[in-house]
Design a protein around this ligand. Structure first.
Ligand code: PLP
Length: 280
């Protein structure tokens, strides 16, 4: 199967599957999601992604109708149907199915939807560029909700400018990117925004912090601004599907790209971690 879809226990060709118009994901984006790569038919960092989905759901008062173990076994069951082991696995849980009305519907159960599509990791040595943009998202960015309009607008702008990502900031304070976290390295210290309500607590971010620990690089979790970003030695962009990208141009100016030894050490740690997890 090239691309597989799943909805509440039913599997099918992704491009042919249909879901009810009254799923609250359709008209409110009332739900949460996760995405992670797979390699050799192994779901990368599955425990962390499942735990974050449960945490996002709990913050929206959505009660999953399954345990984390049951969800993991359903995700794996779906993955094993794919011919290729190299994919992106996406899943979302919506509040349920009901006629449109803002309050939570009383008699409904959350809907689980999954999609698997083929995926190739980017070349980790290929550098990227970014633009900076005002962060116009709401104040619940720690919850991985389906409401992504400001992120989509930001990513489109980055794409139109020939860039890989949009680095978002609130009045100068860097938060994260449209679909990744961003970090800077200065004088051998990694600085990353704290995990408050302004950013998603990224799983690749957590792995980067672990990589710093293993390489003797000090980590400061604190706010930093666009000026500090432009003066930094390295700018790193992380997400589960991209692992670690090295950003060397921001808003058309050279930036970062000045501590190759640290970049190489962190990159090697993170890619070895992925290789070990997914058995090569
Ligand atoms: N920040 C945002 C807004 C995201 O959408 C994502 C990934 O989807 C990330 C950060 C990176 O998260 P993770 O490392 O868990 O993939």
């Amino acid at each position: 199967m090239q691309a597989l879809g799943y909805y509440n226990g039913e599997f099918g060709n992704l491009d042919e599957m249909r879901i009810p118009m009254t799923d609250r994901a359709v008209y409110y984006g009332d739900g949460v999601y996760e995405a992670t790569p797979t390699r050799n038919h192994i779901i990368y960092a599955i425990d962390e992604h499942v735990a974050r989905m449960f945490s996002s759901a709990s913050l929206l008062r959505i009660e999953p109708p399954f345990t984390p173990e049951e969800l993991k076994s359903e995700l794996n069951r779906m993955l094993q149907k794919m011919d290729s082991g190299e994919n992106v696995l996406y899943w979302q849980l919506s509040r349920g199915t009901a006629r449109r009305a803002h309050p939570f519907p009383e008699k409904t159960k959350p809907n689980l939807m999954m999609m698997i599509t083929p995926y190739r990791f980017p070349n980790p040595d290929e550098v990227v560029s970014a633009i900076t943009l005002e962060d116009t998202r709401f104040l619940h960015c720690n919850i991985k909700t389906l409401n992504l309009i400001p992120s989509i607008m930001a990513m489109q702008k980055a794409k139109e400018m020939g860039c890989y990502e949009a680095i978002l900031h609130r009045n100068g304070r860097v938060t994260e990117c449209s679909k990744s976290n961003v970090h800077i390295l200065k004088d051998g210290v990694l600085v990353t925004a704290p995990t408050d309500n302004l950013i998603l607590p990224g799983i690749a971010r957590r792995h980067l912090i672990e990589a710093c620990g293993a390489n003797g690089i000090k980590v400061e979790e604190r706010p930093y601004d666009v000026g500090e970003l432009m003066r930094s030695d390295e700018i790193f962009i992380t997400s589960s599907t991209s692992i670690l990208r090295r950003c060397v141009r921001v808003d058309g100016q050279d930036a970062g790209g000045r501590d190759t030894a640290s970049f190489e050490a962190l990159k090697n740690y993170l890619w070895n971690r992925l290789t070990e997890y997914t058995h090569g």
